[in-house]
Every structure is written in structure tokens, then in C-alpha cells.
Write a protein that binds this ligand. Structure first.
Ligand code: NDP
Length: 254
């Protein structure tokens, strides 16, 4: 039986060229949403849009560097002009670059802050008017922010990444109250380890070793696992807001 629980919805997904974002865009389109996919790599976006279209869905690839606030606003406007105003935003682009703080990898601190914090805020700024007006029309409207279990737990050498995710989780709690008054739901998704390209960017040998070790003992989540939870969250009745969802691999302790 076909699941069309998101029929009529218009979604915008950042970080849609790989991992959780790509899987989420695909699942949302499969459930009936029209989906804008935002990321930098046009070839990956073209490929995904092709796959979604072939499967009978509607998708638009919008290549953009989301750390460029003006370009991001233009991308959100282009998506709205083509697909209609967004009522389901998955604010997901992110990067994880662990390293001992004494190494003073200020370049990596900045990259994480620019993408995980500043670009996430600019994404919210670009889409909130669309979400508020969708809700005012009586439609379901969702802002789903991808945080991490790192927002809650302590992972040595992941301090800056974890702090950016704590920002996202705490921000989400506040925005849920602020926007909930306007019937916009806000959700923080906090996954444990998911097998994606995120781990490929890690340069610190200690962190790489830790990740490799967990792979031997824990069956990591797949991007599809997280995508299914996001689709479920968005399909709930309008008066139900999953505020914070922690998704762990069964064998991952913290
Ligand atoms: P991926 O590396 O697979 O995906 C990251 C996405 O972000 C890519 O689509 C990438 O596309 C995009 N991106 C990176 N920089 C930019 C930029 N400047 N402008 C636009 N897009 C950008 O990792 P995940 O799918 O794992 O990560 C998605 C989210 O999930 C992140 O916020 C991450 O912190 C979070 N998360 C991941 C976990 C995991 O274990 N994998 C666990 C908990 C949370 P492109 O390079 O084409 O721009």
C-alpha cells in the first residue's frame, strides 16, 4: 500500500546531497511531498532529483553554499517560487571535525560554527515566514533541526562539534515555544552514529580510531532510519509536536 501521508506538503531539505539529508529528501518525496534539495554539489543533486522523478516524485535541486546568507535566501526564494512556499523544513547541513582543543584547529572550529550554527540560523531566518504563513492557513508546518546525541553526552575531543549541536537543541526548545504559539512545530532530531560521509571528513587520528572501533561493536544507524523518523514526525496531526527525538543504534551506549 502506498504511504501518501505527506501529500500536498512542500519540503526544503539542506544538506540534501548525501547522508541523512539525501535519504530524508527521498523518503519525503516518496510520501507525496514536493521537495527542494539544497547542498553545494550539483552533480549529486541532479542524480537524486533524477531518481526521485523517476520514482514518480517531484523534486528540485538548488545548488548553494548555505554559509552564504544571501545565496541561501535566494535559494529558499527560488524553491518557493518553483514548488510553492515550504511547510516542512529539514535544517540538516552539518560537519563534524573533532580534535583535541590544544591543537588549536581554529580553521576547523570556524567551519563547524559557520555551518552548524550560523548557516542553520540563516536557514531558519529564510524559511520562518513561509512556515508561519502555512500554519496561519491551517496547514501543518514543521521546522526539523538535525542536532546530535553529542548535544547531550560527553565525547572527548568533540567539544566544538558537541557545543554546536547543544546550540541547535537548546535553540529548538526555545523556538518550539515561540513558533508553537503560531502553530509551527519545531523538532530537534538527535541521532547517535549514522553511517554517512560525516565520518569521512574527520582528520584527527584518535577520533578516527574511536569511530572505527565503534563500527566493530555497534551496528550504526542508516540515513534511512533517521529519514523514516523525520517523515513520521511531520505526518503527525497538527496539534502533536515531537519536541526532541533521540535515535540511537541499539548497541550504542552513549
Ligand atoms: P553528510 O556529510 O553525509 O552530509 C552533510 C551534508 O551537508 C551534505 O549534503 C553536504 O553537501 C552538506 N553541506 C556541507 N557543507 C555545506 C555548505 N557549506 N553548504 C551547503 N551544504 C553543505 O553527513 P550527515 O548526513 O551525517 O549529516 C547531516 C546532519 O546530521 C549534520 O548536521 C550532522 O551533524 C548530523 N548528525 C550526523 C550523525 C552521524 O553520525 N552521521 C549523528 C548525529 C547528527 P555538499 O558537500 O554537497 O555541500
Amino acid at each position: 500500500m502506498t504511504d501518501d501521508s505527506l501529500q500536498g506538503r512542500v519540503a526544503l531539505v539542506t544538506g540534501a546531497s548525501s547522508g541523512i539529508g539525501a535519504a530524508t529528501a527521498t523518503v519525503l518525496a516518496d510520501r507525496g511531498a514536493r521537495v527542494a534539495l539544497l547542498a553545494r554539489r550539483q552533480d549529486r543533486l541532479d542524480e537524486l532529483v533524477g531518481e526521485i522523478t523517476l520514482a514518480g516524485g517531484t523534486a528540485l535541486g538548488v545548488p548553494v553554499d548555505v554559509t552564504d546568507a544571501d545565496a541561501l535566501t535566494a535559494a529558499a526564494d527560488r524553491a518557493a517560487a518553483t514548488l510553492g512556499p515550504a511547510d516542512l523544513v529539514v535544517n540538516n547541513a552539518g560537519v563534524m571535525l573533532p580534535a583535541p582543543v590544544e591543537q588549536l584547529r581554529t580553521d576547523q572550529w570556524q567551519r563547524q560554527i559557520d555551518l552548524n550554527v550560523s548557516a542553520a540560523m540563516h536557514t531558519i531566518g529564510a524559511v520562518v515566514p513561509q512556515l508561519v504563513s502555512a500554519a496561519a492557513e491551517g496547514r501543518r508546518a514543521d521546522l526539523v533541526n538535525t542536532s546530535s546525541i553529542a548535544a547531550e553526552n560527553i565525547f572527548p575531543n568533540f567539544a566544538v562539534y558537541a557545543a554546536t549541536k547543544a546550540f541547535i537543541t537548546h535553540l529548538s526548545r526555545h523556538l518550539r515555544v515561540e513558533l508553537g504559539a503560531k502553530d509551527v512545530r519545531v523538532t530537534a532530531i538527535e541521532p547517535g552514529i549514522v553511517g554517512t560521509e560525516l565520518q569521512d571528513h574527520v582528520t584527527d587520528p584518535g577520533a578516527r580510531e574511536w569511530l572505527d572501533d565503534t563500527r566493530d561493536t555497534v551496528e550504526w544507524l542508516t540515513p534511512q532510519d533517521v529519514a523514516e523518523v523525520i517523515a513520521f514526525t511531520a505526518a503527525l496531526p497538527r496539534h502533536v509536536n515531537l519536541q526532541q527525538v533521540t535515535i540511537m543504534p541499539t548497541r550504542q551506549a552513549t
